[in-house]
Design a protein around this ligand. Structure first.
Ligand code: BEZ
Length: 218
């Protein structure tokens, strides 16, 4: 069967490059739908449970990251299978104990609808809690990156920011980014796809190691 690449993902199995699964959910900022975020980048992330230590460190870290994300046009939305009352109590507790206000909405996914749609529950880890997932959704609603971490490991905010910078650099300049790339470093020029292109690449003026391996500064 011919595919366009833009078909909907199978529920529970979101796929990069396809529309992110649509949802409507109760959050700490009222009812929100995926389409409310259209036009912005969105980081939809899940945590296993409110009032747990690793999740608390992550919430503080996401809140501290939020201004840098805002500069890049990125919104945050959290999710766990706890209730709105639990979320409200926890974010008030975080503010009291850590002096950090949580600026983003948190989905109360009590019936696991959104968690199931996005495949956030890994029964081998926990049948009831969502794993530590990060879904990066672009302004057109396309799922661009997914990160899954186990219950016991807190996520690295600098890597999440680096991922956003890399995706936005790719979109703006049509390039790829190498291992451990950081903004201001050289980027990868996509390899040629024809023999003629390979010949031309050798004289194209990039920093070229071989016909398939060229870097350039932006
Ligand atoms: C935590 O956030 O500390 C945590 C949550 C679920 C399982 C293990 C740790």
């Amino acid at each position: 069967m011919e595919t366009t690449g833009q078909e909907k993902s199978t529920p529970g199995f979101p796929r990069l490059g396809q529309p992110a699964p649509a949802f409507e959910a109760q959050t700490t900022h009222g009812i929100l739908r995926l389409e409310d975020f259209k036009g912005s980048w969105l980081i939809l992330f899940s945590h296993p449970a409110d009032f747990t230590p690793v999740c608390t460190t992550e919430f503080v870290a996401f809140a501290e990251l939020a201004p840098e994300l805002k500069k890049r046009g990125v919104e945050l939305c959290g999710l766990s299978i706890d209730s709105t009352y639990s979320h409200i109590a926890w974010i008030r507790n975080i503010e009291q104990n850590f002096g950090v206000k949580i600026p983003f909405p948190v989905i109360a996914d009590l019936n696991k609808e959104v968690a199931t749609l996005y495949g956030m529950i890994m029964p081998g880890e926990s049948k009831t809690e969502a794993s530590r997932c990060v879904f990066v959704i672009d302004p057109n609603g396309i799922l661009r990156a997914m990160i899954y971490y186990p219950l016991t490991t807190g996520r690295n905010m600098q890597e999440i920011l680096r991922l956003i910078d890399a995706l936005q650099t790719t979109d703006k300049h049509g390039v790829a980014t190498p291992a451990n790339w950081k903004p201001s470093e050289k980027v990868i020029v996509p390899p040629p796809t024809t023999a003629e292109g390979a010949d031309e690449r050798m004289k194209a003026g990039f920093e070229t190691k071989d016909w398939y391996f060229s870097k350039k500064s932006l």
